[in-house]
Design a protein around this ligand. Structure first.
Ligand SMILES: Cc1ncc(COP(=O)(O)O)c(C=O)c1O
Length: 428
């Protein structure tokens, strides 16, 4: 399988690979913009769209989505720092994630962020304490794990999970919630999983979320101001192609929104990382060697699971779809050869594709993996084998707008004085 790519893209990449070296991530901000506009147009009038920085925290992408009117969903102080320096005002940031520390909550509050998703009673009580001691009120969405069965392949709800309150637990929670003076309950957050299969799966997830809203609004006696319905908008990862047509969502979502009762006044929020930036990114690399072993052909690249596909550690090795180029043009397909495409790391797990049929390749040829603008570099095993991360280039219509390299390597950390004195007391 060879991925299609336009001639200008090939020529551009050939030039930038010469100038900036290989491997190289190239992101098309025009594509990010088209997707943000398209997704916004599918959502009910007045909805908010949050960009999930976990998909790609590249400053150029975050800045672009901020300018386009998205809000930000962050899950660490690192993502928070990127979001704030990209220009997201603190009041447009939602801080999510299980296992938030008191320190990170304090950091977020000090930066002016008061919007949090709370995942458990202890998370909520930690938020309450931090907000009260900062003389603030945290504006909280309760993340709920609905009782309904899951709709996602990588399900984060509807099954036993570390994410969110079990819905049943909250049905009894009114008095406990009301006692938390540092908390202003704004609404619910119901993100059910990434890569939902298609429009019916998305709609069924949104419907489940809205039904939870009706039940909990009643049980907690609160008219929610926000219903964050999550997302899970699907897009292929590291293979050519496009995701399902989402256009039927517009009408169907509008109907779902119009059918609300107790949550009718709540603003609908949606989250997306993958759909907004997956298509915009391509990883380009160079063939370092082509060799045979025991009847099999190996194409060895200068990129591997330290730059892409580290999530395969989750037990799902993504089958990469790879395109090939030579001197700014596609390699003529001619007779295809069956090859294993592997990376340079010292592990047999560093494998991009097995038994892939590609045109005959030689050292110096370029290869590219499309659809890696989300969950690419920062979702990989970047520290493994201590090879530097590739440069990341962003452009608009072929005009380069930024070049970044992810920070990497160890930096010395001064031992705190207390630990030093304990160690010296213990020394023989
Ligand atoms: C709470 C939450 N919101 C948003 C996202 C982004 O999902 P996607 O990139 O599929 O849009 C995730 C991904 O895991 C998530 O956990």
């Amino acid at each position: 399988m060879s991925a299609p790519v336009s001639l200008p893209e090939l020529e551009r990449a050939a030039t930038w690979l010469e100038v900036y070296g290989s491997p190289l991530y190239i992101y098309d901000l025009g594509e990010v913009e088209r997707r943000a506009r398209a997704l916004t147009a599918l959502l009910p009038e007045g909805s908010r769209l949050l960009f999930s920085l976990k998909a790609n925290p590249l400053p150029a992408i975050a800045e672009h989505l901020c300018r386009l009117g998205c809000d930000a969903e962050v899950s660490s102080t690192g993502e928070l720092a990127v979001a704030l320096s990209a220009g997201f005002p603190p009041e447009r940031v939602l801080y999510t994630g299980p296992g938030k520390s008191a320190e990170e909550v304090r950091t977020a509050l000090a930066a002016g962020v008061t919007g949090f998703s709370a995942e458990s009673w202890s998370d909520l009580e930690r938020l309450d304490r931090a907000a009260r001691s900062a003389r603030l009120r945290a504006r909280v969405l309760l993340r709920v794990n609905p009782s309904a069965p899951p709709v996602a392949r990588l399900a984060m709800s509807g099954v036993s999970s570390q994410f969110g309150f079990d819905e049943a637990e909250l049905l009894e929670g009114r008095a406990r919630l009301e006692a938390l003076e540092g908390i202003e309950l704004k609404g619910l957050h119901i993100y059910q999983g990434t890569q939902l299969a298609d429009v019916p799966a998305l709609l069924s997830a949104m419907q489940v979320a809205l039904q939870v809203g009706e039940r909990l609004s009643d049980a907690l006696g609160v008219a929610f101001q926000v219903m964050d319905l999550g997302g899970g908008f699907p897009w292929p990862f590291a293979t050519p192609g496009v995701g399902p047509d989402l256009s039927p969502l517009r009408e169907a979502l509008a109907q779902l929104a119009a059918g609300r009762e107790r949550t009718a006044a709540a603003t609908l929020w949606f989250e997306s990382g993958r759909w907004l930036c997956g298509a915009a990114g391509t990883l380009w690399a160079t063939v370092m060697d082509v060799k045979r072993s025991k009847g099999k052909q190996y194409v060895i690249l200068d990129t591997g699971i330290h730059h892409l596909g580290g999530m395969s550690g989750l037990g799902r090795v993504p089958l990469m779809g790879i395109g090939v180029a030579r001197g700014g043009a596609e390699v003529p397909s001619g007779a295809l050869e069956e090859v294993n495409v592997v990376g340079p790391l010292c592990t047999p797990l560093d494998c991009f594709a097995r038994n892939l049929r590609l045109p005959p390749l030689r050292a110096g040829d370029r290869v590219f993996v499309p659809n890696v603008g989300a969950y690419g570099l920062t979702a990989s095993l970047t520290g493994f084998l201590s090879r530097p991360p590739p440069l990341e280039l962003a452009h608009r219509n072929g005009e380069l707008t930024s070049v970044h390299r992810l920070r990497w390597g160890h930096e010395a950390h001064a031992r705190p004085a207390a630990a030093r004195s304990i160690l010296s007391e213990e020394a023989p």
